[in-house]
Design a binder for this molecule. Structure first.
Ligand code: GAP
Length: 508
């Protein structure tokens, strides 16, 4: 399978089966905007739920907020986004196509050029004789292009507003009230999930680089003098994480180093426990989503690659068919944002710790829902000798968990199947009912969208009160009493039992 084709195959299933499609498709689409259909929406929700459970609800001192998506210019003036949230743009002098200069250089030369000054980018373009990939025309000099979407607030266009480029700023500007809610004690975390917007120069690669995307962020506030006293670090200290250090990048790396979170902090590979805690948590989340350890790592970004607010980023990158891609940004934002907003708003964001006034520091895990979802799609995509394509989703992210089929519509089988489907829904399973087409075709359709289990209702269900359960991954089938269905499904989905533990009756 060639690399490009893998993304195309996934796009094809996504369009046909209600996962994802382009915004305003009937009018020719809008570059960088996508809509999630019924199955895509269910998957997104599951990814958000998984994050919310482990990063927010399971924590003692982390709470979630919901801030405004559109904010006045003053916020982004202070945060530095107006001045610094830019990408380098080059334009074809002939066909007028626009390109992100560093991306174009990387595509042509394979060299990373992110964060380089404009002059260096111009030099690289010249040195490598890079022309417009569309028409071979010459390219303009690189210039900075601000990524924020601007609008006006009020009927008379009173003040400028911007769509937020990250969810984080709501948290910083509300710091005083949030800190008061947390009784002005450190550490504490404020989480937020919601849409962010960036007017990307060249949105590409399906949902990987888009202009509207969903982030799940936490701003974790801590005392910098206690950066290695994270209250729950012991719980993750032994978890293994894959890391690519700056030194490894300079020498050229083939494989990340594997190290426990505890050792990584002790040996100074990761700067502090607050950041390391989140790297370990993210690695666990990726594993739960079915992404093998070999397929992702945390790369210590070079100084010039880090965003304007960060003194160091450890970004989670995935090995995708389109190349290595940042899926999660992990930043040490220090007191950068709080100091900027304190100064601009003439407020004080100090907290008293051990009789000292301090401005807390911030560790920030910033997870992108869309990129995580695409990574899951790609890593779970399967093709087999039957000529079927299917998704091997873990149940935790499968958009539908069980399909219920009557073998035939007649003789009351449809009614009985529908009753069982309704009971499963009442019990909280994401159940899908389908009565049309040959049973083999229905299995293929269920596999294609990654439904882990199919239940078939036949004449024996009527006579002997048993159903057939089919396992997507092994294609094995078992016969179980109808009354055991919910318990068996529950055990399988929770990973408490393996399908093979139940008696096998036949294979397809
Ligand atoms: N608050 C920090 C922040 O926004 P970032 O590294 O710029 O950090 C975090 O973004 C995550 O948001 C990325 O790792 C990615 O998953 C997602 N993201 C950023 N820009 C995106 C885009 N244009 N399309 C899709 N996802 C994007």
């Amino acid at each position: 399978m060639t690399e490009e084709r893998l993304m195309d195959k996934i796009i094809d299933v996504c369009l046909r089966r209600g996962f994802i499609s382009q915004t305003a498709e009937i009018y020719g689409g809008a570059g960088g905007f996508y809509e999630y259909g019924p199955l895509g929406t269910l998957m997104r929700q599951k990814i958000i739920d998984l994050w919310r459970q482990s990063f927010v609800l399971d924590e003692d001192r982390v709470f979630e907020i919901k801030g405004s998506v559109l904010m006045p210019e003053s916020v982004f003036q202070a945060s530095g986004h107006l001045d610094s949230f830019d990408d380098p743009l080059v334009q074809c002098e002939k066909c007028k196509s626009m390109f992100k200069a560093d991306e174009l250089i990387k595509k042509i030369t394979g060299k990373t050029a992110e964060g380089l000054p404009l002059d260096d980018l111009d030099e690289l373009i010249k040195e490598n004789q890079i022309a417009c990939p569309n028409c071979q025309g010459g390219l303009s000099k690189a210039r900075q292009f601000n990524l924020m979407f601007k609008t006006e607030i009020g009927s008379t266009g009173g003040i400028n507003g911007y769509l937020r480029p990250e969810t984080a700023q709501n948290i910083f500007i509300n710091f005083k009230r949030l800190a008061a809610f947390m009784r002005n004690k450190l550490p504490f975390g404020i989480a937020q999930t919601g849409p962010s917007f960036r007017n990307e120069i060249s949105p590409r690669n399906f949902i990987i680089r888009v202009r509207e995307f969903e982030q799940m962020e936490i701003e974790m506030f801590y005392d910098p003098e206690k950066e290695n006293e994270h209250p729950r670090f012991d719980e993750v200290a032994d978890l293994e994480i894959n890391i690519v250090t700056r030194e490894m990048q300079e020498k050229g790396w083939e494989k990340p180093m594997q190290v426990s979170a505890g050792v990584a902090v002790a040996e100074g590979v990761i700067p502090n426990q607050y950041l390391a805690y989140y790297l370990a948590m993210e690695a666990e989340m990726m594993r739960a989503l079915g992404i093998p350890d070999t397929e992702f790592w945390f790369r210590h970004m070079q100084d010039h690659e880090a965003p304007h607010y960060s003194i160091g980023n450890f970004d989670l990158e995935a090995n995708l068919s389109i190349g290595h891609m940042e899926i999660v940004g992990n930043a040490l934002r220090t007191d950068y944002d709080l100091m900027k907003h304190a100064k601009a708003s003439k407020s004080s964001f100090e907290i008293v710790v051990d009789n000292k006034k301090i401005v807390p520091h911030v560790a920030e895990p910033s997870l992108g829902v869309d990129r995580i979802l695409y990574t899951v799609l790609e890593k779970c995509f399967r093709e087999d000798e039957r000529g079927w394509t299917w998704f091997q989703f873990p149940t935790i992210v499968a958009p539908l968990e069980v399909a219920v089929y009557p073998l035939m519509k007649k003789d009351g089988l449809a009614e009985l199947a529908y009753e069982i489907h309704s009971e499963l829904k009442d019990a909280g399973y994401l159940s899908f009912y389908d009565e049309s087409g040959k049973i083999g075709k229905r299995y293929a359709r269920a596999d294609e969208i990654g439904i882990p289990y199919c239940i078939t209702i036949d004449y024996e269900t009527k006579d002997k009160y048993t159903v057939t359960m089919r396992d997507r991954d092994s294609m094995k089938q078992i016969r179980i009493p109808t009354e055991d269905l919910e318990v068996v499904l529950g055990e399988l989905m929770e990973g408490e039992s393996e399908f093979d533990e139940f008696s096998e009756i036949n294979k397809e």
